[in-house]
Every structure is written in structure tokens, then in C-alpha cells.
Write a protein that binds this ligand. Structure first.
Ligand SMILES: Cc1cc2nc3c(=O)[nH]c(=O)nc-3n(C[C@H](O)[C@H](O)[C@H](O)COP(=O)(O)OP(=O)(O)OC[C@H]3O[C@@H](n4cnc5c(N)ncnc54)[C@H](O)[C@@H]3O)c2cc1C
Length: 397
């Protein structure tokens, strides 16, 4: 493991910090933050990505010829770490930058790369991921949406679900079955879909946390030009594997910083909450739980360092990705549960209530954290990967 940063890397960190100090939307990340007058949430996030792009901070590790900086993975990690430290807004086109771009760079034609990559970075075109279906999530290869070739076009019929941001996306990466007779992994094609095409209906799904970030998407004879096929027909699983491995990716550093901040806030909450007539932080049972959370964050940090050292030494991402995903998602949920327990019965007040504690932020993050153990591979799926690839156990039936 290598724990040190070079002088050049430290200078890069300073540059990021300077940028964040002068560009972060005023009041962002603090309780009670209000959008500037006349600005929508979507606009704020689009503008934020554009600013990051203009400063050279989007798609940093992409090759220069496709609009990236050709930067090292370490610089990308430092950037992620600094963004997490100030709780910067998420990039609006996260799916485009983290999933679509790397997949097109690896499997797209030159024409596709020239057409799409620059607009992904600048946030001119927003992308969504149209993979999951009502009966195809963990077992994605069992998907049923059909694409039939008709002359120079595919005709698509079927349904997707949980498509993040589909309601405001310009393009989507779509998996569809093009050979129903082939074994399930071999009859799938990977297509680029213009979301303004006739025959698409995107219906937002209301979440328990209040928002509607995901959609059901229906396709009724939607036509896609053959030139929007990525890789070869029926061999879409190859590009899918690239997309999915980027989804688990090297987010360890950013997670670690995010959890350190959440941990500090938890300690603050325990200091300011009375339990049995004294601050909760003085209760030995609470102190014990908090100490364990600290140890868990440190464990996560060293696992992230190990994963990173391995990549820097020329290796590909290892099973650390699954170990980290399983660890951080479950630990994050436990931390949220303690926060609500500390708040007592008042913690059950919904965010919109005028009596909501601390602006209802813990309530919001508690509800959101329920999804941590589902997206990018559920906990059970991560355990299966660890069992098979790390421990060498036989495949479950
Ligand atoms: C916040 C969020 C964002 C998402 N965004 C998108 C998106 O943009 N695009 C997209 O296409 N999808 C998206 N998804 C969907 C996500 O990929 C799926 O929810 C996920 O793959 C799980 O699939 P599923 O919901 O169908 O559950 P299922 O696969 O039906 O699983 C149900 C339960 O069975 C368990 N299970 C399944 N198979 C096994 C097994 N082999 N062994 C043991 N246990 C098993 C699971 O762990 C789970 O507990 C998103 C999901 C979330 C929560």
C-alpha cells in the first residue's frame, strides 16, 4: 500500500480547494439551503457540472482526444475526495460521465465517440441507464425488452424500471434482446437511444423520501438507427460488463470522506442530545457504538487504499470493489439508525413537518440509505461475488 501523495498531487488538491471555495453555490450543504430565486434543482446541477467541466474537472481520466485531461486515477481520486469533503452537488450527468463515456471509449465506433463524448462531459446531453426490468434486476441477463431489426433500424418494444433521471434525459443506454433463441447472455444488444424518439413513455415513480428520481419507461415500436448499436449485434453483454464494473468503480475514497463528515455530525448529535438526564455522548453504550463506527470508517479507508494501490501498480480492479460496496452500504444504514434512535420519538416526524429536527436531514438520509444495499448490486449479490471470487466457494444454485 502507498499512503503518500506527491508534491504535484498536493498542488492539484490545492487547485481543487481554491476552485470549490469560489464556485460552490452559496450555503450549499448546510441545513436550510434554499435554491437561488428562479433556479430549479435541475438547472443548479447542470450549471454545477458545466463549471466543473470548464475548470477541467469532469472526465479527468478520459483520454485528451475525447475531451478528458488524460489525468491519473490518483488525481481523479483526490478530486472525488475534495468534492465529498465539501458535500459538493452531484454531477447532473453522472450516468453519462461514469458509465456511458467509459463504455463508449472501450467499445464505441469512432463516429459514436466523436458524436457523443464531448456533450456528455459538458452536460449538453444527459444520459440515463435503461437496463433493469420488472423481472430482470440482479439477474439482468434475463431481460425481455425486444429489439427487432427492420432494414437499417431496430424496432423496440418492452419496459424498463428504476431508470434514474429518465424523465429529463436526452439519451439512454438500452439493453434489448435481439436473439430470443440464443442462451440469455448471448442474445442481447447494447443500443444508444434518443429519448425524444416517438413511442417512449417515461413515468416517474414517487419515493418514500418524497422525490421522484426514477422512472418506469415503456417502449412502443420505438425505432433506433442501426448505427447506434455498440459493439456487435447479440454481443451486448461484453459492453454491459464494462458499464457494470464502472458502476462499482473506485468510489472508496469519496465514500470515506463522506462518512467521516457524517460521523462528525453523529458525534455532534450525541453531544447535543439528552439521554437519561445527561448528554447521550456520556452513555457508555452510545460511546461504544460510536467508537465502532469510527473503526469501520478506518477499515473502509485502508481497503480503499489497497484497491487503489493495486490499480496503480497496473492491476485491474479486484474484489475490493464488492467488499467495499457491501461494507459501506450496510455500515451507512446502521449509522443512520443510531442517529434516529438518538433523536427519539421526534425522529419519526417527516421532513416537511415544521417540528422536524435539524431540518429533517437525518430523516432524509435515513430513507435514502435504504437504497444503498440495492443499487450497483445488492448485498446478497456482493456476498455471492466475494464467496466465489475471493473465497473460492462453489457457485450457489
Ligand atoms: C437508487 C437506485 C437507482 C437505480 N438506478 C437504476 C438505473 O438508473 N438504471 C437501471 O437500469 N436500474 C437502476 N436501478 C435498479 C437496480 O439495478 C436494481 O434494483 C438491482 O439490480 C436489484 O434488482 P431488483 O430490484 O430487480 O431486485 P431483485 O434482483 O429482484 O432482488 C430481490 C431480492 O432478491 C435477492 N437476490 C436476487 N438474486 C439473488 C441471488 N442470486 N442470490 C441471493 N439473493 C438474490 C436480492 O439481493 C434482493 O434482496 C436502481 C436501483 C436503485 C435502488
Amino acid at each position: 500500500m502507498d499512503f503518500s501523495f506527491s508534491q504535484e498531487e498536493e498542488r492539484f488538491r490545492e487547485r481543487v480547494r481554491d476552485f470549490l471555495q469560489s464556485n460552490l453555490p452559496a450555503g450549499w450543504g448546510r441545513p436550510g439551503f434554499k435554491l437561488p430565486e428562479g433556479t430549479s434543482n435541475l438547472q443548479l446541477h447542470r450549471d454545477w457540472q458545466r463549471r466543473l467541466y470548464q475548470a477541467g474537472f469532469v472526465g479527468m481520466a478520459w483520454p485528451k482526444e475525447y475531451g478528458g485531461q488524460g489525468a491519473s486515477q490518483i488525481e481523479q481520486a483526490i478530486l472525488n475526495e475534495e468534492l465529498a469533503r465539501v458535500r459538493a452537488p452531484a454531477m447532473l450527468n453522472l450516468t453519462g460521465v461514469t458509465l456511458v463515456g467509459p463504455t463508449l471509449i472501450a467499445h464505441g465506433t469512432e463516429e459514436q465517440k466523436n458524436r457523443f463524448l464531448a456533450k456528455i462531459l459538458s452536460c449538453e446531453e444527459i444520459w440515463c441507464q435503461l437496463f433493469s426490468e420488472p423481472n430482470a434486476g440482479s439477474d439482468l441477463a434475463s431481460l425481455k425488452t425486444r429489439a427487432e431489426l427492420d432494414g437499417d433500424e431496430f424496432v423496440v418494444n418492452g419496459q424498463k424500471i428504476w431508470s434514474t433521471g429518465a424523465q429529463h434525459s436526452d439519451w439512454g443506454i438500452l439493453l434489448a434482446r435481439t436473439d430470443p433463441a440464443a442462451p440469455k447472455h448471448r442474445g442481447i444488444s447494447y443500443l444508444l437511444l434518443d429519448m425524444k424518439s416517438p413511442g417512449i413513455t417515461a413515468k416517474p415513480l414517487r419515493q418514500m423520501s418524497g422525490g421522484a428520481d426514477f422512472c418506469e419507461v415503456f417502449f412502443d415500436n420505438v425505432r433506433i438507427p442501426r448505427g447506434n448499436l455498440v459493439g456487435t449485434m447479440n454481443d451486448g453483454w461484453r459492453a454491459t460488463t464494462t458499464t457494470l464494473s464502472n458502476e462499482r468503480g473506485t468510489t472508496g475514497f469519496a465514500m470515506m470522506v463522506r462518512f467521516h463528515r457524517a460521523f462528525d455530525e453523529l458525534v455532534e448529535l450525541a453531544r447535543n442530545t439528552q439521554r437519561h438526564g445527561r448528554p447521550a455522548i456520556e452513555d457508555p453504550a452510545i460511546r461504544d457504538l460510536i467508537a465502532h463506527f469510527y473503526i469501520e470508517i478506518e477499515k473502509l479507508k485502508y481497503t480503499a487504499y489497497r484497491a487503489f494501490s493495486r490499480i496503480l501498480k497496473g492491476g485491474s480492479p479486484g474484489p475490493e470493489g464488492s467488499i467495499m460496496k457491501l461494507h459501506w452500504s450496510e455500515f451507512h444504514q446502521r449509522m443512520q439508525e443510531l442517529a434516529l434512535e438518538l433523536q427519539g420519538p421526534g425522529s419519526q416526524l417527516i421532513r416537511e413537518s415544521p417540528y422536524a429536527i435539524h431540518d429533517g436531514l437525518w430523516q432524509f438520509t435515513f430513507l435514502w440509505s435504504r437504497s444503498d444495499t440495492i443499487y450497483a448490486g445488492t448485498s446478497e449479490i456482493q456476498r455471492n461475488i466475494i464467496a466465489q471470487r475471493v473465497l473460492g466457494l462453489p457457485k450457489s444454485v
